[in-house]
Design a protein around this ligand. Sequence first.
Ligand code: ZN
Length: 225
Amino acid sequence: MNIILFGLPGAGKGTQTNYIIKNFNLFKISAGELLRTEAENNTPSGLEIKTILKKGSFVSDDLINGLVQKILANKKYYNRLIFDGYPRNLDQAINLNNELNKHNQKISRVLFLNVDKDVISKRILGRQTCSKCGLIFNIYFNPATSENHSCNAKFLIRRLDDNENTVMNRIETYMEKTLPLLNFYKKQNILREINAMKKIDQIYEEIQGIISTLETWLCKSYLYK
Ligand SMILES: [Zn+2]
């Protein structure tokens, strides 16, 4: 079973991915981590990535596809992958399908954590961190009170880069890039949209249900083959 997780910025993708790999025997393949790990190696592609990242430009499809190919060739990860941050465009998605095919695998489910734009901007814009104890609050959804926080309110800070335009731009860009991918997987009938407006544990419950059903089904179809 291989899964791809898509999520709007702020939808809690990181948290959900961690729950999934903890409870199911899956390995997370994050594009960002693959690139950083490779950049640490003194291989030709590692040095190339280092140069590109230094310049702040984008890594080519060929490069990232190559790194994913290596993962797919590794028996340890056979049919046990959850992709995060890959594929990023249609070419990468087609490449991924072809490579999986070569290794007798496929994408079983694509999960899209969908959220309401207004709520997500509040989630991000309202976020406050206490610089003293590190607790995180939200002025809209989970404000700091005398009951849940003991430090002085002056320690509560908001992240500076979280102005409204940045947030909305991030969401627009994400949707623009991701929509063609979602349609691509919808046509294959493997896309499942999850309402990520719910509480973290409710979202996870839904994800868990989808993956468990899939696992049971895959197990049965294997037994009766
Ligand atoms: Zn505090």
